[in-house]
Structures are given as C-alpha cells and as structure tokens.
Design a protein around this ligand. Structure first.
Ligand SMILES: [Zn+2]
Length: 363
C-alpha cells in the first residue's frame, strides 16, 4: 500500500513535469496531457482491435494490455517507460540532408539499421516467449495464457508467456509507429519555405515500409532523401548541442493530434510538421497499416517456426481473452467423442428394435 502511494506520487510528479516541460516528449504520445493524447494507444486500437471487423484482431481485455488504457502505458507504451533514452527504440537520429550536412549518409543509414535491429530483437524475443504458451501436446497452458489479472507493468515480476510475448510485440509496434511520426517517409515538406534542416523534403509514401521488414536479415536501402530527426533533451529548431545544424525531432515529428481509436481518423495536428498539408493524418494512416503488417508478419513467423497447428493455436491464444475456451488443440475431445458414440449406438439399437417390432407377424 505504501509502495503504491509512492508510485502514485511519483506518477503525479512525472505528469506534472511532463505537463510543465517546454519541449514535447519523444514520440507519438503515451499519456493524456502535456500535449499528448494517447496516440500510441489509439493507433494500436484502430489497427488491431476487434471493433473494426479486422479478421486478425485482439479481444478487449487483451487489447487493454497491448494498447494501454487510462493510466496504464500498456505494451505499446513500454519504450516510453524504460527506453526513453535509446534513440533506436524510437527510430530517432537517422537524419541526413543532401548538400553540406554535418554528418554522412552512411552515419544516418547506420542509425536506421540500429532502429530496425532493435525492433528485430524485440520481434525475436516475442517469438521465443510464445513457445511457453503451449504444453508438449500443443495445448494452451491456462496459467500462461490468462490476462486476468492484467499483465503487470515492467517494474514488477511478470512471467506469463502471453504477457511477455505481448510486451515484446508492443515494443515492436511502438518503434514501427514512431517511424511514421519521426521520419519523412509519409509526409511532405512545407511548400511555402525553402528546403533545409528546418524543412526537410518529404517522401509522401504509404505504409507499410520495406525498411521495416523485421522478418528479413538485412535492412533495405533507404530512398535518397529519407531522414528521421536528431533528438536531444533540448529538442528545438534550430538544433542545439549534438543536434546543431541537423534536422531535429522538433522539426520533423508528427507526434501530436487527435486520433479516433475506432476508425483511425486523425485530426487537430499539434506539431508544426504535422500541420503541413495532411502530414499528421498521413503519418497515422501509415502507422496503422504498418501495425497490421507487423502483426501479420509476427503470426507468419509463429507458424513458420512452430508449425501450422501450434502457430495457429499461439495466434489464437495471443488474440483471445479466453484461450482455454476458444483455442482447442487438434487432440480429440474424448468426452465429446464418447458421448457421440454412445448416442450413435443408442440410435442403432432403437432402429433395430423398431424393425424387429415391425417384422413381427400380426396376430
Ligand atoms: Zn517513441
């Protein structure tokens, strides 16, 4: 109880700090406040919740952990609690602009590779954790697949296979979504200003991006004008410190705005780059499509690694709120078979008796 009060107090202090901070935090938002509107939660829900009629969808209690809710960061918000300082977790620092620029295109490419490899590591961690969802016979293990009570946030011990798998996959989603907010993949430059480190070119491409192929072993070459933003705590335009003369996160990000968690409609962009043309809506649309692609790829890898039967049951266990009820194995349900056989035998007996009765000559 005391620890809990302490945690609440710390959270309040953190919230107050975020709300008072003059610069935005580092990504599509995780909380409500300080200009954030739970953007990661809403993108994740719009992409993968069952409300949207998606065939590969997450049921409500499971989605609550994946996307977060109320004050909970959820799996997709995990990097904002313990990977804030790691640019690779948010696809920052892969900045480059043709012409005289303080770093080379190769250095930018290496930072992009760091991001892709970071997400690949989480992708693999998730695939590894999924192994423990099923027993040796390929049946779901009740203690490993339940999300009631909800999966613990990271600071407490959590060993349920579904929770650890979802946390790793949530970190994949976070970075993949940030890619669209923090890079110029989906956006466009401000046509009213000259191109420069404060107004880099935009590629205006849709999701999914071949750069985020986490199943592959190499990183696809990025388009010539691709860039993300350089991030330091004092995030501003023009850049300062390590980001001096560089394209900054502040100049390029489309982190803030309102997102409808059901249909993904994105309005009221809250950052300068997001307010150019349809940049915020384009970044959100890309992030939603990318999130679906990552889940599809994760499922494909589960079946590739564990076989079709087990893989299918793992996907069922990860998406359903009651896997014990919903995700039956291929092993026969003997009680049902015996009951069916007994009913069949009884039917045969009745038919034989009726025939005999009819054949009897009438006296
Ligand atoms: Zn982020």
């Amino acid at each position: 109880m005391r620890r809990r009060r302490c945690a609440v107090l710390l959270s309040l202090l953190l919230l107050a700090w975020i709300a008072s901070a003059p610069t935005p935090a580092v990504a599509f938002g995780t909380i409500d406040g300080g200009g954030q509107h739970r953007e990661h939660e809403r993108i994740t829900r719009a992409a993968l919740a069952c409300t949207n009629g998606e065939s590969a969808c997450f049921e409500p209690a499971t989605m609550n952990y994946l996307a977060g809710h109320d004050r909970e960061f959820g799996a997709v918000g995990a990097p904002d609690s313990d990977e804030m300082a790691d640019p690779a977790a948010h696809c920052d620092d892969a900045d480059y602009l043709a012409g005289s620029y303080p770093r080379t295109r190769e250095a930018a490419g290496a930072s992009l590779t760091d991001c892709v490899e970071q997400l690949r590591g989480q992708f693999r961690t998730g695939l590894d954790s999924a192994k423990d969802l099923l027993d040796d016979q390929g049946e779901v293990m009740p203690d490993e697949v339940t999300v009631s009570p909800e999966c613990n946030p990271r600071e407490r011990e959590e060993s349920r296979a579904k929770c650890t798998t979802m946390e790793a996959f949530g970190r994949v989603l976070h970075g993949a979504q940030d890619f669209y907010s923090h890079s110029n993949w989906a956006d466009q430059a401000d046509p009213d200003r000259p191109i420069g480190d404060d107004n880099p070119p935009g590629l205006h491409r849709p999701g999914p991006s071949p750069l985020l192929d986490l199943r592959g072993a190499t990183v696809a070459g990025s388009p010539a004008n691709f860039t993300t933003g350089c991030y330091v705590l004092q995030d501003q335009v023009p850049g300062v410190g390590a980001c001096e003369l560089r394209i900054t996160h502040a100049a390029l990000n489309k982190d803030r705005g309102l997102i409808d968690p059901v249909d993904g409609r994105a309005t009221e962009p809250g950052t300068p780059r997001g307010q150019v043309r349809d940049n915020f809506a384009d970044a959100v649309a890309g992030a939603i499509i990318e999130s679906r692609r990552q889940w599809q790829d994760f499922g494909t890898e589960l079946t590739a690694r564990y076989g079709a039967d087990r893989g299918t049951r793992m996907i069922c266990a990860l998406t359903h709120d009651d896997p014990v009820q919903d995700c039956h194995g291929r092993h026969p349900n003997w009680a049902a078979i015996i009951a069916l056989a007994a009913a069949g035998a009884a039917l045969v007996v009745v038919v034989v008796l009726i025939r005999r009765f009819r054949r009897r000559p009438r006296g």
